[in-house]
Each structure stands twice: as structure tokens, then as C-alpha cells.
Unconditional design. Sequence first.
Length: 548
Amino acid sequence: MFRLRPCQKRDSGAPLPKASKREWKNWSRNLRYLPPKSGKYMFAPRTQAELIKVLSDASKKEVKVRVSGQRHSQPPLVIHDNTVSGRSAKPDIFIIDLSYYADLDNGQRFEILENNQCRVNAGVREDELDAFLQSNNLALQTVTAGGIFSIGGMCANDVHGGTVAAGIFAETCVSFTIMKHDGTIETIHENDSANEASGIKPIQVARVNLGTLGVVTSITIQCLPRPFLESLQNEIVVFHAEDKETFAKKFLPLFQHQRLETFFDPYNGKYVALTWDIDENLASGSPNPPENNVETTMEHANEGKYGAPLEGKLLELPAELVTSEVQVAKECTDAELLMTTALFTIRRDQFADGKKSYSEAWLLKAARTVFMSYFFELPNLDEAALIMAWELMDVVKKLTVLPENFHLAGPMEFRFVKGGDSLMAGTYCGGTDTDSSSDKWFINLDLIGFVDVDESEATSYSDKLLRFFATVEKTWFEAGGTPHNGKMYGFYDPDGEPGNYGTPFQSSFIAAVATRRRSVISSYNAFRKIWDPNGMFENDYVLQILAE
């Protein structure tokens, strides 16, 4: 039925204890959770038995349970920041890290199934899975730039890659095996029947599950054949466009490529498009490498490294300080220089290295940033859609070049993705398998900002950054945009005075998003509450975004 390759058991650093009271931090450091004064709250189960025990203890102690992946989520989806409120006396939440978890046949974390499918434990990082698939002549339908997320985390959020016709990553997953609140295990399959009353299929809830159904232990992914190393070809296209008609005309031919990731420099109208195509039927070529030297998820956890690799101890802190200062300078000259340098590095170093190794994982190092990311439904994949995209980006361009304003120091990024029927995804378009949702398309737009990170205090944001992000967000939200589940949003109060702004995740903004999605949230909650009747997998933020 399936082929196995033994899991790599290399060891380095000190393995994460099965239970600990370490401080928890997300990758961008906008969230830090100080451990309770007594008692352990963070767990790293290796087996089903160990995971069942954690859930049993949580039930007895009446504490909430959340799963932590590679810690890239910037909202408090896993856990809240308590650097201001202070430490609790004892645990009121259990955090589960699945970096070491393995429960597939023979203690493996990967299985190659029939029909180009792969089953993988949810804690595995995307880059480790991608290397495993390549050694088995397979490829993911859509990938992120650096493979820096856990597979479970990619589905808890609406993480997307650059494959235009594949939709978000979760839409390529065909089953989810989940340990429920009572330790029982159930699997949700793509072909499970819809609820007669609501018409909703379980897979529509599971694919973007927000960590609310239970602990997702494994996921089955529909993959593509990749018979040879050269089956993946990548190219780079650079062009300038100062008006929307020129942009639409120059960009339109790029849709002939399967995978697209595009960067925009608002200071000089430059666009840098990274493209990839997979030839599933390539007749000959170099064999895919039988083994790989990618650092395993377990090794990352041993070393306390989660998410994207940073620039290193000598470069990371200066990079954060310089870029955060440049963003708020009077003029945009220095920010423009940093933007040019960033695009040059992507083109000549990072993407070039990926091209040599026939890899899509070009993002090998990154400076720590915060993101605001929005999805917009498009009329089609045509010139009208591209003109709409240009107008949404032009909002940013007009603001960032103004003196005394916030100046972007990193390029905007945008990708086109197919719509789908995952209820809580930003690409949800009200569809089911029987209607035309498969013919709908979205664009995702990303803004990035650099912030000073003080490891001993809560993250602080410059006034200019907050005002800038709020101004852009107001236009984007009123244009019908939906915020990405894993990035920052909510920089203003929709019911407040004109021009208001503040720190992200304003409660009134979260409520406005929930109001837009009320019918979807109602269907989602009806299923969720059956699976988690006592609310074990809730937290305050989850209850906010799922408020009816």
C-alpha cells in the first residue's frame, strides 16, 4: 500500500523535555508568554500514549489546550502575550509542541501512499517534508518560500503558496487525523458526506481548523509526480510599470507559469516575478537525490530554532535596528536603497541558489519582521483583475513615498491563488464541490514592517508604522479584503473617529470581520462544538474570531 523511508534520527542540542515551564515566544516576538509561577505548561509528546496523557491531565485540571507549530502566527492564536498582565500562579493552558511526535507505521513520521499521496505527522516542517517527497519522486502542489512552517500550522491557518491553480495549502490536503478532547482518534476524509441540514462537509472545517477541533496528529496530502531533478524549472522576470494598463499588459503573460511569487518596489515601479513549473511527464533527467541534508524538525527543536532562520547573531540585531529607523526617517531615500538591496539579494543570491538546486525553497535567511496580509477576490485572471491588483498596491505606493510618513524598507509581495470551500480561509468563496467556486481566484497582498524587539518587554511599534498600516488596512478592508489568519491586522477601530489607529488586533475590528463571516462562522461552530463540547481547544482570541 505504501513505501516508507526511515525517519532520520540525527540528534543535536538538548531535546525538548516532555514537559517544561520554559518561556514561549513566537517568531516575530510580538507575543511572549511568561511561564506560570508553579507547574509545567508546555509539553512535547513523542507518542500517542504521551499525547493522551497530556489531554487527560488537561481535562482533570480544567485547563485549555493549544498546539504550537513553528511559531510564525502573529495573532494570539496559540497563546496570548502576558508580559504586561504578568505570570499566572499556576497553568491555565497547556501548550503542545509536536516537533518530536511520530505515530505512523513503525514509528515513522512520513508514509508514501498510493495515487501520489503522502501522510505526514502534523509537527513536521515543510522543508523536511519537501525533501522527503523529492527523494520519493514527488512534489507538493504548492509550497511556501522557505519551508519554514509546520504542516499542521499551515492548515490551522490559511497558509498559501504560489501555485495559481492549487489554492491555499490546506486545499491540497485530503484527510486529517485528529485526537479529540477525550483521547479518541478520528479521521476526516475529503469524501465524507455533507451535513444534510447545513450542506457543509467535515473537510471544509478541518482544512483551516484554527486548532479548534483537537490535536491534528497527521495529514494526508495529494502530491504531484516529480520524476527527475529537472522536472522543476524556475525563471525570473523583471519589469517596470508606472501605470495600471502597462502593469496589466506586462504581467498577463506570466499566468502561463504554474507558480508565481512577485515582489513590488513602490519607489520605482519595479516588479520581480519568480516563476516555477513542474513537468510531470519529463522523459529523462537527473535522478532526485535519494537522501537529503535538510535539518530535521527535531533538530530545530533541540536547538530552540523555530520558523525562518534569521540573519545570524552578528547581522540580525543591526538589521532590525537599521531598518526600523529607516522606516520612520523624514525622507524615503534610505528605505528605497534598502528596498533595492533586498530585491537584488533575492534575485542574485537567494533565487539563484534555488535555481542551481532546482528548489522552490529560496528563502534561506530572513530578518525578523511583522506582516499585514489580505486576500481579495478577483473578477477573473485577466487584465481587469490585474488592474484591480495594481489599484490596491497603488494605495501603498502613494503613502510610503510621502515625506514624514512611514517608508517601507522591504518589498511588497503578492501571489494569485485559487478560491476554495474551506470555511475559515481568506479564499473561501461560498462554494461547494458542485458549484463554480473552482473558477474563482484571489490575490494575496503582503506588507512588511520591521520592529525593535526587546526580549525583556512587550513589542513596541512606532507611531508611524501603526498609522500607516491602519490607513492601508482601512482602504483594503473597505474594498472587501479578508485578513490572513496568521498575520497582523486590526490596526484601527471601524466604529471609531476618522483616522484612528492603534496596536494590532483591535477587538472592534475582529468583531467587524466576524460580522462579515457570520453565516460561515455559524456553520463552523456547529461542527466544532460537537467535536469539542467542553471548549478544551478554545482560548480568548479564538472565541473572539468565532463570535456569532
